[in-house]
Structure formats: C-alpha cells, structure tokens
Ligand binder design. Structure first.
Ligand code: GDP
Length: 645
C-alpha cells in the first residue's frame, strides 16, 4: 500500500514537472505576459496584506501609515494601487520625467520616490528584508537595562579564538576549566553581577551579510590587533565593516607578552583609519592584552561594560520575544536546530514563533554552555528546537500569542517566496530561450545548490556573483539546506540544471533519478573547489578532470570500542566493496558528517584489505569517533580523467 502511494506520488511529481515545462514552451507571448502579470498582482497583494497585518500586530499609530511602504521593484500598476491613485496619473508623470513606462514595468527606487514626491506623498521603498522585518514600539517606561552583545573581529591569527577562549574561562576555577565546551555559536560571561554576550562570527563577511538582511546583532565590536604584527588587511576590513554598521570599536592590542610587541605602534597605525585612543583625545578605548597569558582580560571586560553604559542599552523584557537567527542547521534526531539572539521580550518553552519562512513551538532551549533552560531574555543567545524547517541566518523571529497566527504568517511568507521563486525560474528559462535565439554567444549555466548550512550557500553565491558572466550567465535557480532529493533532480531535469552539493549527499532515490534522467550531481566538501570547477567550466577549460568513483557502501549496524582505534563501526557492506585504501565519507540523513580515511578494517579479529557486499566488517575511521547505527559509510576513489570533447 505504502509502495503504491509512493509510486503514485512520484509519477505525479514527474507529471507535474513535465506539464509545467511543456506549458512554458507552448505558451504564446500574450499568455505568458498575462500569467506574469497575475503572479505580480498576487505578490503585490501578499505584500499589501503583510503591511496591514504588520501595522495591526504592532498597534502602529495611524500617522505612521501615512508613509506608504512600497516593495522594491514595484510596477507602475502596483504603485498606483498602493498610493490609491489612477495609474494614468503616474504614467503621465513618468512621461514628463522623461522615462515613459507602461503599467507592468517595474520602477527604480529613485523613480518611485520622485513620482510620490510629485504627488505630495510620503513613501519608503522597502527591500525584501525590510518588508519581512517587524517594528516594535515600546513605552520608555517598560525598558530595562540589557547586557551588551559583542563581536570580536580582526586579522587572521591575531588571536580571536584565543581571546574568546580566555574570556570563556574567566571566573571559572582551574580544575573546571578543561571541562568547558562551547555548545553553540555564542557565549556568555558574568563580570560580577553583569552579563556579556559574545557572538562568534567566523568573519566580518558574515557580520555584514547579517546586517544586509536587517539584523542588528552586535552592540560593540572588539577589534583585535596583534602587537607584533600591527594593522593588516583584515584589520582594515573589520574597521570598515564595524564603521558601516555604526557600532563602536574597542581595540584589544593582543600578544603583548611577545618580545617584539609594540602596542604603541599599533595605536599610531590605527590613527590612519580614524581609530584614535581616548588618551589621545579620540573616541576609542584601547586595552593591552595577552589572550595566551590571560593578561588584561578582566580590564577588557570592564571596558566593554563601560562602553555599554555609554550606549545605555535597553529593552522591554516583559513581552513576547523577538530577535534574530544567528545560525541554523538540520540535525539528525533533533530536527531543525536554530541559534537565536533574543533582542526584545522573553522567550519561553512552548512559545509559538515564526522565523523567516519557518514556524513552530519551542520544544527545548539550550544556553551557550549546553544547559537546558526554560527562558531567555534580551541579549541572551540560545539554541532552540521545535521549528518545522531550517531558517536562514539573519532571519528575524517573533513569538505569537496564538500558534495559528504564527502558522498563517509563515504560510503567507512561504507562498510569497514560492511565487517569487516560480517567477524567477520561469523568467530565467524564458530569458534563456530568448537569449540563445537572439545571441548564441551567450550561454547559460543553471545551478541548484544544496548545502549543510546556509552559510555555505551564501558564500558560494557570493563568489558566483563576482564571476565574469559576459559569456556564460550563471543562474542559481534554487538553493536550500538539506540532502539532495528527488524533487531537486526533477527540477534540474526540467530546467537543464546541474546540482551542486556542499557537505551533503544525494538520497538513494535522487541518485537513481539523476542517473535515469542524465542530471549531473557534483558534490564538494570545500567551497573553493566548486568555484574552481564552475569557473573553469565557464571559460571552457574544465580540462583533465578528477572524477570520483564510488567503490562501495556500508551501513553501520552497531558500534563498539577497540583498543587504540577508539570507536569502531560494525557494518554490513551493501554495495560494491569497501577497501582499506579507499577514501570514505560518513553520511547521516544525507549530510556528510565526516570525510577521510579508514584507520582499521577488520573481519572478526583479522585486519583485511577489503570486504565485499553481503559481508559484515568492523570499520574504524581516522580521527573520528562519532559514529551511530544507521549511518552510511561510502567508499570512493578519485580518478584523473582527460576531458573528452
Ligand atoms: P585567530 O585566527 O584570530 O582566531 O587567532 P588564534 O586565536 O587562533 O591565534 C593565532 C596564534 O596566535 C595561535 O598560535 C595562538 O596561540 C597565538 N596567540 C594568540 N594570542 C596570543 C598571545 O596573547 N600571545 C602569544 N604569544 N600568542 C598568542
């Protein structure tokens, strides 16, 4: 019965994809246009509804609504509707401004503002992020002091990690110190009776990517500069990113224990970038530290609190929580796991919330030390379980009194995202056809990107955007966190796309579908490799290439301890052959959790060179112990193949 249902489901998915593609290619220009218009209208309606919903939910005072929020890229028709004026009025004005546009053409930010101004109206052009963000109004009487949220930035090797480590160990007894592990991408320390939250951003790019999405998750930046190295390129970048965000900078001059250290030289160098010590009449507080020898750490923390006092950081803790997603991932067993920063209100177990496109009820919360907690207040960072899907870093989250409201908003957003995606896919495909006909020189490369974390997708997308696309245009038609599924393959087949997997693997069904349909799936564990390949393909230079050859797969049935090796996996080889010398990866729910080599391969007590399908064996992985029953071990080999063409 289940099998029949599945077969039916599959044939339906395939049928729908086939019909969609056929329709797209059959449709006359007129019909296509009308469909596009209908979609745009739907999107505009969704935006309008959202605006009203937002205004109602926030008890916005009515004068606030005099400023009309216009989604970026609105068409002439949509603007007319939002302003409640006849479209002809706008068309006329556009004509007079020397930029004649038709009803369905979209307008630049500048034009929207000019026309609105002409009509004596106040508008605010909203980016997608702004459209999705909530604004809250708190009575000043409800505001209470809140801890500062701090990000450490600086050049590589100047001591970010060491400093965070030193900070995490302050106030902890020596014996205890070794046992402290960090559970989430944030930490909190107590200085006397005051708390400070530290957020680990792997780099200033992430910091800015979050900010670009409207997330303000840092009150203070600690800029770390090594006294023996001075100002380096990433020091300057960090300064620029912090300045652009309008966040005050405290400078920690690190490694003062080193013989060649010259803290005053660092101060001097920084003046060139407008970072001037208070003692020299400037705005920035400086502290000399040694992260390694734990010198000056307390003084640095006191300085952070001093800066926080100047900022008078406040929030209303006695309301429904809201804040931002810092990182999110899919976890075997635990499902969607999101680290969030609460910026307002108090988050509690059982709360119904929306974060970006996902919603759910908070099932469990962990603080940065990995302890279960029942509530989290302003400036607290916690890991939450219970969301139905994986949100993106920077997404805003908000708790609703009624779970239904949360679900409605999430549904509405998902619908809107789907409409946008559909428009995008169709748009790209149609444009492809047109371009290929009009100008055969321009080629298209469609990509579907799947990854283990949203950060990888963003990093890859960023590099793609920077590539020269004059000869080959690169379109990402879909990207998401999670394993490569059959639906991805269907989409790739329908849009002639290549699937790029990042730290993820195809599900068995997806692999079979890809083989059947001739869809290429390329998987990578490092970003630059993918960039290299795409870049090489772009200029037709993907020459002798490395091809991965699958040699065998085994399923982990059990685990046991082996002296010297540690945890070994009791496996059943299911396909091919597992060889001692092959490379292996450990796959859990489609996510690659380990890639490396086999440390030991045994049948009973004997070391063996290889084990064939249908046989049991014990596999120990090099430097990796976290094996669970149900995991897949994939063996593979990299062959060099000359390109045939
Ligand atoms: P990150 O790349 O900025 O995270 O830098 P790390 O914290 O990994 O530090 C880079 C190197 O500098 C490591 O070898 C640290 O042991 C060393 N280091 C960090 N802080 C100090 C310090 O205060 N004194 C000395 N002598 N070495 C340090």
């Amino acid at each position: 019965m289940a099998r029949e249902a599945e077969a039916y489901n599959r044939s339906r998915v395939l049928e729908e994809a086939r019909v969609a593609v056929e329709e797209a290619s059959r449709e006359s220009t007129g019909r296509r246009k009308r469909r596009k218009e209908r979609r745009q209208k739907q999107a505009a309606e969704a935006a309008m509804e959202h605006r009203i919903e937002e205004a109602l939910a926030n008890d916005q005072d009515l004068s606030q609504l005099d400023t009309v929020k216009v989604p970026q890229g609105s068409t002439v028709g949509e603007l007319a509707e939002l302003l409640g004026v006849p479209a002809n009025d706008i068309i006329k004005r556009l004509f007079l401004l020397g930029t004649p546009l038709t009803l369905t053409e979209s307008m630049s930010d500048e034009l929207i503002e000019l026309v609105a101004d002409d009509l004596g109206r106040d508008v605010k052009v909203m980016t997608k992020e702004e459209e999705n963000s909530f604004t809250f109004y708190d009575d000043p009487a409800t505001l209470k002091g809140r801890p500062p949220v701090v990000t450490v930035m600086g050049h590589v090797d100047h001591g970010k990690t060491s400093l965070l480590d030193a900070i995490r160990h302050t106030g902890v007894a020596e014996g205890e110190a070794g046992g402290i592990t960090q559970a989430i991408g944030a930490s909190q320390v107590m200085v006397g009776d005051r708390k400070i939250t530290f957020i680990d951003t792997p780099g200033h790019e992430t910091f800015t990517a979050m900010r670009a999405r409207g997330a303000k998750v840092t009150d203070i930046v600690i800029l770390i500069v090594a006294a023996d190295d001075g100002v380096m390129p990433q020091t300057v970048e960090s300064i620029n990113h912090a300045k652009a965000a309008g966040v005050p900078i405290i400078v920690a001059v690190n490694k003062i224990d080193k013989p060649g250290a010259n803290p005053d030289k660092v101060r001097q160098e920084l003046t060139e970038y407008g970072i001037i010590p208070e003692e020299w009449g400037g705005q920035n507080m400086f502290v000399n530290i040694s992260a390694k020898k734990k010198i000056g750490i307390d003084e640095l923390l006191d300085t952070v609190l001093l800066q926080a006092d100047v900022l008078e950081l406040k929030a209303n803790p006695d309301t429904f929580a809201s804040g931002n997603v810092l990182e999110a991932k899919l976890d075997r067993g635990r499902g969607s796991v999101a680290t969030v920063l609460v910026t307002r209100g108090t988050l509690r177990i059982g709360d119904a919330l929306v974060a970006g496109l996902s919603y759910g009820r908070v099932r469990a919360m962990l603080d940065p030390k990995g302890n279960n907690v029942t509530e989290a207040g302003p400036s607290d960072a916690v890991e939450i379980l219970g969301l139905q899907s994986v949100p993106s870093p920077g997404d805003e989250f908000r708790v609703f009194q009624d779970e239904r409201d949360a679900r409605d908003l999430a549904d509405q957003r998902a619908l809107k995202a789907r409409i946008e995606e559909q428009n995008r896919v169709k748009h790209v495909t149609l444009e492809n056809l047109f371009d290929t006909m009009a100008d055969a020189e321009v080629k298209e490369l469609n990509l579907i990107i799947k990854a283990d974390v949203q950060g990888s997708i963003e990093a890859l997308q960023d590099s793609l955007n920077k590539m020269d696309q004059s000869e080959v245009r690169i379109n990402t038609i879909h990207s998401a966190v999670g394993a490569i599924t059959e639906t991805d393959v269907v989409l790739a087949d329908a849009s002639n796309a290549i699937i790029i997997g990042f730290g993820v693997r195809p599900e068995a069904k997806a692999r079979a579908a890809a083989e059947r349909d001739g869809v290429e799936i390329r998987t990578y564990s490092v970003i630059y490799k993918a960039i290299e390949d795409i870049d090489a393909a772009r200029i037709g230079m993907l020459k002798p290439t490395e091809v991965e050859v699958q040699t065998g797969t085994a399923e982990v049935r059990d685990t046991f301890k082996v002296p010297k090796v540690g945890i070994a996996a009791g496996c059943m080889v299911q396909e091919g052959e597992i060889s001692r010398d092959d490379q292996v990866r450990l796959v859990r729910d489609g996510i690659v959790v380990y890639e490396g080599r086999i440390a030991s391969l045994r049948r009973y007590k004997d070391d063996v060179k290889s084990v064939k399908a249908g046989f049991e064996c014990g596999i120990g992985l090099e430097n990796f112990q976290d094996v669970h029953p149900g995991d897949q071990i994939e063996g593979f080999r990299i062959d060099q193949v000359a390109r045939t063409e």
